[in-house]
Design a protein around this ligand. Structure first.
Ligand code: BTN
Length: 275
Protein backbone atom coordinates (compact mmCIF):
# COMPACT_ATOMS: atom_id res chain seq x y z
CA UNK A 1 0.00 0.00 0.00
CA UNK A 2 1.35 3.42 -0.96
CA UNK A 3 2.70 5.51 1.87
CA UNK A 4 1.91 9.15 2.38
CA UNK A 5 4.54 11.41 0.83
CA UNK A 6 4.88 15.18 1.04
CA UNK A 7 6.73 15.14 -2.27
CA UNK A 8 3.97 13.27 -4.11
CA UNK A 9 1.27 15.45 -2.59
CA UNK A 10 3.14 18.63 -3.54
CA UNK A 11 3.67 17.36 -7.09
CA UNK A 12 -0.11 17.17 -7.48
CA UNK A 13 -0.74 20.73 -6.36
CA UNK A 14 -0.95 23.66 -8.78
CA UNK A 15 2.09 25.84 -9.38
CA UNK A 16 1.13 28.56 -6.91
CA UNK A 17 0.92 26.02 -4.07
CA UNK A 18 4.18 24.14 -4.67
CA UNK A 19 5.92 25.87 -1.75
CA UNK A 20 3.26 25.11 0.81
CA UNK A 21 4.75 23.49 3.92
CA UNK A 22 3.52 19.89 4.02
CA UNK A 23 4.87 17.65 6.80
CA UNK A 24 4.29 13.90 6.89
CA UNK A 25 4.93 11.88 10.06
CA UNK A 26 4.98 8.13 10.59
CA UNK A 27 3.63 8.42 14.10
CA UNK A 28 2.60 11.49 16.00
CA UNK A 29 0.40 12.38 18.96
CA UNK A 30 -2.06 14.44 16.95
CA UNK A 31 -1.71 16.20 13.60
CA UNK A 32 -3.88 19.00 15.02
CA UNK A 33 -1.34 19.69 17.79
CA UNK A 34 1.58 19.67 15.36
CA UNK A 35 -0.13 21.92 12.80
CA UNK A 36 -1.09 24.38 15.56
CA UNK A 37 2.48 24.50 16.83
CA UNK A 38 3.76 25.15 13.31
CA UNK A 39 1.61 28.24 12.78
CA UNK A 40 1.41 29.61 16.32
CA UNK A 41 4.63 31.59 16.17
CA UNK A 42 5.12 32.02 12.44
CA UNK A 43 4.76 35.44 10.82
CA UNK A 44 1.59 36.07 8.84
CA UNK A 45 0.23 34.82 6.57
CA UNK A 46 0.92 31.15 6.99
CA UNK A 47 -0.86 27.99 5.90
CA UNK A 48 0.54 24.55 6.71
CA UNK A 49 -0.56 20.94 6.26
CA UNK A 50 0.42 18.05 8.54
CA UNK A 51 -0.29 14.38 7.88
CA UNK A 52 0.46 11.17 9.73
CA UNK A 53 0.27 7.45 9.10
CA UNK A 54 -0.72 6.95 12.71
CA UNK A 55 -1.66 8.99 15.79
CA UNK A 56 -1.21 7.88 19.38
CA UNK A 57 -3.37 10.69 20.79
CA UNK A 58 -5.80 11.37 17.95
CA UNK A 59 -8.63 13.57 19.20
CA UNK A 60 -12.23 13.78 18.16
CA UNK A 61 -14.93 16.27 19.06
CA UNK A 62 -16.13 16.56 22.66
CA UNK A 63 -13.08 14.94 24.19
CA UNK A 64 -13.45 11.66 22.35
CA UNK A 65 -10.52 9.74 20.89
CA UNK A 66 -10.13 9.28 17.14
CA UNK A 67 -9.11 5.77 16.17
CA UNK A 68 -7.57 5.04 12.79
CA UNK A 69 -5.43 1.97 12.05
CA UNK A 70 -1.89 2.66 10.89
CA UNK A 71 -1.57 3.53 7.18
CA UNK A 72 -5.26 3.19 6.43
CA UNK A 73 -6.81 6.59 6.92
CA UNK A 74 -6.14 10.14 5.94
CA UNK A 75 -5.16 11.98 9.10
CA UNK A 76 -4.71 15.52 7.90
CA UNK A 77 -4.67 18.87 9.63
CA UNK A 78 -4.31 22.24 8.03
CA UNK A 79 -3.62 25.29 10.14
CA UNK A 80 -3.61 28.90 9.14
CA UNK A 81 -3.10 32.21 10.77
CA UNK A 82 -5.30 35.06 9.68
CA UNK A 83 -4.96 38.80 9.89
CA UNK A 84 -7.61 40.49 12.03
CA UNK A 85 -8.14 42.91 9.19
CA UNK A 86 -9.24 40.15 6.83
CA UNK A 87 -12.63 39.90 8.53
CA UNK A 88 -12.46 36.13 8.20
CA UNK A 89 -15.08 34.49 10.37
CA UNK A 90 -13.48 31.67 12.34
CA UNK A 91 -16.82 30.30 13.51
CA UNK A 92 -17.84 29.58 9.92
CA UNK A 93 -14.83 27.37 9.19
CA UNK A 94 -16.19 24.12 10.59
CA UNK A 95 -18.93 24.47 7.98
CA UNK A 96 -16.60 25.38 5.10
CA UNK A 97 -14.45 22.42 6.12
CA UNK A 98 -17.44 20.07 6.03
CA UNK A 99 -18.37 21.07 2.49
CA UNK A 100 -14.74 20.81 1.37
CA UNK A 101 -14.46 17.29 2.81
CA UNK A 102 -17.82 16.22 1.40
CA UNK A 103 -16.97 17.42 -2.09
CA UNK A 104 -13.51 15.86 -1.97
CA UNK A 105 -14.78 12.49 -0.77
CA UNK A 106 -17.69 12.45 -3.22
CA UNK A 107 -15.28 13.36 -6.04
CA UNK A 108 -12.82 10.66 -5.04
CA UNK A 109 -15.21 7.75 -4.67
CA UNK A 110 -18.24 8.84 -6.67
CA UNK A 111 -20.36 8.08 -3.61
CA UNK A 112 -23.26 10.06 -2.26
CA UNK A 113 -21.47 11.69 0.67
CA UNK A 114 -23.62 13.91 2.88
CA UNK A 115 -23.02 16.32 5.75
CA UNK A 116 -24.43 15.71 9.20
CA UNK A 117 -24.48 19.12 10.87
CA UNK A 118 -22.14 20.59 11.80
CA UNK A 119 -19.32 18.65 10.20
CA UNK A 120 -19.53 14.89 10.05
CA UNK A 121 -19.49 13.29 6.63
CA UNK A 122 -21.68 10.23 6.13
CA UNK A 123 -22.18 7.77 3.30
CA UNK A 124 -25.31 5.64 3.50
CA UNK A 125 -25.80 6.92 7.05
CA UNK A 126 -22.36 5.77 8.20
CA UNK A 127 -19.50 8.01 9.17
CA UNK A 128 -16.66 8.28 6.69
CA UNK A 129 -15.03 11.47 7.98
CA UNK A 130 -14.90 13.49 11.19
CA UNK A 131 -13.56 17.02 11.52
CA UNK A 132 -12.09 18.73 14.57
CA UNK A 133 -11.79 22.53 14.35
CA UNK A 134 -9.74 24.29 17.01
CA UNK A 135 -8.85 27.95 17.54
CA UNK A 136 -5.60 29.17 19.06
CA UNK A 137 -3.78 32.41 19.72
CA UNK A 138 -0.11 32.70 18.81
CA UNK A 139 2.56 35.38 18.68
CA UNK A 140 0.98 37.17 15.73
CA UNK A 141 -2.68 36.66 16.53
CA UNK A 142 -5.29 34.02 16.07
CA UNK A 143 -4.99 30.84 14.09
CA UNK A 144 -7.29 28.00 13.19
CA UNK A 145 -6.61 24.27 12.97
CA UNK A 146 -8.88 22.00 10.93
CA UNK A 147 -8.25 18.30 11.46
CA UNK A 148 -9.74 15.67 9.16
CA UNK A 149 -9.97 11.99 9.90
CA UNK A 150 -11.09 10.18 6.75
CA UNK A 151 -11.59 6.43 6.66
CA UNK A 152 -9.92 5.67 3.34
CA UNK A 153 -8.66 2.09 3.14
CA UNK A 154 -9.94 0.88 6.49
CA UNK A 155 -11.08 -2.71 6.08
CA UNK A 156 -13.41 -5.06 7.97
CA UNK A 157 -12.32 -5.79 11.54
CA UNK A 158 -9.83 -2.91 11.67
CA UNK A 159 -11.92 -0.61 13.85
CA UNK A 160 -13.26 -1.42 17.32
CA UNK A 161 -16.68 -3.13 16.94
CA UNK A 162 -18.63 -0.26 18.55
CA UNK A 163 -17.18 2.12 15.96
CA UNK A 164 -17.19 -0.27 13.01
CA UNK A 165 -20.96 -0.72 13.00
CA UNK A 166 -21.42 3.03 12.48
CA UNK A 167 -18.49 3.68 10.15
CA UNK A 168 -17.63 3.16 6.51
CA UNK A 169 -14.60 3.88 4.35
CA UNK A 170 -13.89 4.90 0.77
CA UNK A 171 -12.55 1.40 0.03
CA UNK A 172 -15.68 -0.19 1.51
CA UNK A 173 -17.79 1.97 -0.78
CA UNK A 174 -15.84 1.44 -3.99
CA UNK A 175 -14.47 -2.05 -3.44
CA UNK A 176 -10.92 -0.93 -4.16
CA UNK A 177 -8.18 0.83 -2.26
CA UNK A 178 -7.90 4.57 -2.79
CA UNK A 179 -4.84 6.77 -3.32
CA UNK A 180 -4.39 8.71 -0.08
CA UNK A 181 -1.81 11.10 -1.57
CA UNK A 182 -4.26 12.09 -4.30
CA UNK A 183 -7.04 12.57 -1.77
CA UNK A 184 -4.75 14.67 0.43
CA UNK A 185 -3.71 16.85 -2.53
CA UNK A 186 -7.33 17.45 -3.50
CA UNK A 187 -8.41 18.35 0.02
CA UNK A 188 -5.41 20.62 0.70
CA UNK A 189 -6.00 22.38 -2.60
CA UNK A 190 -9.67 22.93 -1.87
CA UNK A 191 -8.96 24.23 1.64
CA UNK A 192 -6.26 26.57 0.41
CA UNK A 193 -8.59 27.93 -2.28
CA UNK A 194 -11.25 28.47 0.41
CA UNK A 195 -8.67 30.20 2.62
CA UNK A 196 -7.87 32.64 -0.19
CA UNK A 197 -11.57 33.19 -0.91
CA UNK A 198 -12.37 33.76 2.78
CA UNK A 199 -9.63 36.37 3.00
CA UNK A 200 -11.30 38.05 0.06
CA UNK A 201 -14.64 38.15 1.90
CA UNK A 202 -16.32 34.81 1.17
CA UNK A 203 -18.98 34.05 3.77
CA UNK A 204 -20.87 30.92 4.75
CA UNK A 205 -23.99 32.69 3.50
CA UNK A 206 -22.54 32.62 -0.04
CA UNK A 207 -22.51 28.82 0.12
CA UNK A 208 -25.50 28.21 2.33
CA UNK A 209 -27.79 26.89 -0.42
CA UNK A 210 -25.23 24.39 -1.66
CA UNK A 211 -24.43 23.39 1.90
CA UNK A 212 -28.10 22.79 2.71
CA UNK A 213 -28.50 20.67 -0.41
CA UNK A 214 -25.83 18.30 0.92
CA UNK A 215 -26.98 18.17 4.54
CA UNK A 216 -29.02 15.26 5.96
CA UNK A 217 -29.98 17.01 9.20
CA UNK A 218 -32.49 19.46 7.74
CA UNK A 219 -36.27 19.03 7.51
CA UNK A 220 -36.69 16.27 10.07
CA UNK A 221 -37.25 15.80 13.79
CA UNK A 222 -34.08 15.41 15.81
CA UNK A 223 -32.52 15.51 19.25
CA UNK A 224 -29.60 17.90 19.45
CA UNK A 225 -27.25 18.67 22.30
CA UNK A 226 -25.51 21.95 22.97
CA UNK A 227 -23.26 21.63 25.98
CA UNK A 228 -25.39 20.07 28.72
CA UNK A 229 -28.63 21.23 27.11
CA UNK A 230 -30.61 18.82 24.92
CA UNK A 231 -33.22 20.09 22.44
CA UNK A 232 -35.80 17.98 20.69
CA UNK A 233 -37.88 19.22 17.81
CA UNK A 234 -38.02 19.82 14.08
CA UNK A 235 -34.88 21.03 12.35
CA UNK A 236 -36.10 23.78 10.09
CA UNK A 237 -32.90 25.05 8.52
CA UNK A 238 -29.44 26.45 9.09
CA UNK A 239 -29.18 30.23 9.08
CA UNK A 240 -26.72 32.51 7.32
CA UNK A 241 -24.17 32.10 10.12
CA UNK A 242 -24.46 28.30 10.18
CA UNK A 243 -26.61 28.07 13.33
CA UNK A 244 -29.14 25.26 13.30
CA UNK A 245 -32.77 26.41 13.70
CA UNK A 246 -34.85 23.96 15.71
CA UNK A 247 -38.54 24.39 16.55
CA UNK A 248 -39.53 22.52 19.71
CA UNK A 249 -42.97 21.00 20.42
CA UNK A 250 -44.13 24.28 22.00
CA UNK A 251 -43.32 26.11 18.80
CA UNK A 252 -40.32 27.83 20.34
CA UNK A 253 -37.38 28.40 18.03
CA UNK A 254 -33.88 27.57 19.24
CA UNK A 255 -30.79 28.75 17.42
CA UNK A 256 -28.02 26.24 18.07
CA UNK A 257 -24.61 27.59 17.23
CA UNK A 258 -22.50 24.59 18.08
CA UNK A 259 -23.75 21.21 19.08
CA UNK A 260 -24.21 17.65 18.10
CA UNK A 261 -27.01 15.67 16.52
CA UNK A 262 -27.75 12.84 18.96
CA UNK A 263 -30.51 11.25 16.95
CA UNK A 264 -32.76 11.91 14.00
CA UNK A 265 -36.22 10.44 13.54
CA UNK A 266 -38.86 9.76 10.90
CA UNK A 267 -38.16 7.42 8.05
CA UNK A 268 -34.82 6.71 9.61
CA UNK A 269 -34.82 4.46 12.63
CA UNK A 270 -31.05 4.26 12.57
CA UNK A 271 -29.30 5.86 15.51
CA UNK A 272 -26.77 8.16 13.96
CA UNK A 273 -24.91 9.34 17.01
CA UNK A 274 -21.25 10.20 16.70
CA UNK A 275 -18.51 7.62 16.62
C1 BTN B 1 -14.81 13.81 15.27
O1 BTN B 1 -15.62 13.38 14.45
O2 BTN B 1 -14.98 13.64 16.48
C2 BTN B 1 -13.62 14.57 14.78
C3 BTN B 1 -12.48 13.67 14.45
C4 BTN B 1 -11.25 14.40 13.93
C5 BTN B 1 -10.07 13.47 13.79
C6 BTN B 1 -8.91 14.12 13.10
S1 BTN B 1 -7.67 12.94 12.67
C7 BTN B 1 -6.58 14.22 12.23
C8 BTN B 1 -6.75 15.31 13.27
N1 BTN B 1 -5.90 15.06 14.42
C9 BTN B 1 -6.61 14.81 15.52
O3 BTN B 1 -6.13 14.56 16.65
N2 BTN B 1 -7.92 14.87 15.25
C10 BTN B 1 -8.16 15.20 13.87
Amino acid sequence: MERLSGQIIRSRLPQGMKNLPIAVFDRIRSTNDEAGEQVAHAPLPRFVAVLAEEQFGGRGRRGRAWVSPQGRGLLLSVAFSYPHASGMRAEEWPLHAALAARDTIAGACGCDAKIKWPNDILVEGKKICGILAELGTGTYGRYLVLGFGINVNTGPGELPPEIESRATSIAAQTGESADRNELAARLIRRLYDDYVLAQGGMRFSDRREVWLSQCVTIGRPARISQGLQVYEGFVETIDDRGALQLIDRHGVRHSIVSGEVLETFEGDDRKDGDR
